[in-house]
Design a protein around this ligand. Structure first.
Ligand code: CA
Length: 244
């Protein structure tokens, strides 16, 4: 059984909220459930449009597909969203250059399927530890890979917002897929960088462990990100996995 709660918050510095979340504990097409976080970018209304539109296209693609494999469903949905966002941008000069991150997840029994593009993240936490499952497609992550930057400095690096892949950025898109075995009591956290740039992983764990339920966990995360400065929009999805 899943218990879930999701929310977005504008934060304390931005005038628009360009983050978008989708959460369904019920089947979407051939998937038993579906969770998405998208963090849009682009001037005017581009970013906010890109994130909500990409999520719509991803949902439609999964609903209309006969495929059963989550990896295949996720990857083709992200390709469909990429094409749709690029087409819209080419039709409207105010939307040129818009794009969005996307992290998609679905829980099938004790297996978690995840797909991502950009720097929105998925973590799995239990009472002892938290681990980031997705790997950011970002400039700082590339620097870490080649040993030019350590993880702690990356969080506050001046170029931490530069992402190397996004839905809508190029004609072709490659997303990464991860499969995770879940244990009873695991908590899944999906978020935009407005949360992960404000709070370190160990701070995320403390808040997740301290909450009474999914609602208080999600609300406490947003509150802590705002108290730490709230420099960006914040999107959070919390999923608790209870084996019954
Ligand atoms: Ca952001």
């Amino acid at each position: 059984m899943l218990k879930t709660f999701s929310l977005t918050d504008i934060g304390r510095k931005r005038s628009m909220n360009q983050d978008f979340v989708f959460s369904s504990e019920n089947p979407v097409g051939n998937l038993p459930n579906l969770f998405i976080v998208a963090d849009g970018m682009g001037g005017h209304n581009g970013g906010g449009f890109a994130s909500s539109y990409a999520v719509d296209i991803i949902k439609q693609s999964i609903e209309s597909s006969e495929a059963k494999d989550p990896e295949e469903l996720f990857k083709s949905a992200i390709r469909a969203a990429n094409l749709a966002v690029r087409t819209k941008a080419s039709e409207n000069s105010e939307l040129i250059g818009m794009g969005t991150t996307a992290v998609l997840a679905c829980v099938e029994g004790d297996t978690l399927h995840v797909c991502n593009v950009g720097d929105s993240r998925l973590y799995v936490a239990n009472k002892d530890s938290i681990r980031q499952i997705t790997v950011d497609h970002s400039y700082v992550e590339e620097m870490i890979k080649v040993g030019q930057l350590d993880r702690e400095s990356a969080r506050t690096h001046e170029h931490k917002n530069i992402i190397t892949r996004a839905v809508g950025a190029e004609d072709t898109i490659e997303s990464d897929y991860f499969k995770v075995k879940l244990k009873d009591g695991d908590i899944i956290l999906m978020c935009s960088d407005g949360l992960s740039n404000m709070l370190a992983d160990d701070e995320l764990l403390v808040i997740l462990k301290g909450g009474r339920d999914t609602v208080s966990r999600a609300e406490d995360l947003v509150k802590a990100a705002n108290e730490a400065g709230g420099k960006d929009n914040i999107a959070v999805v919390v999923i608790e996995v209870l084996n019954d």
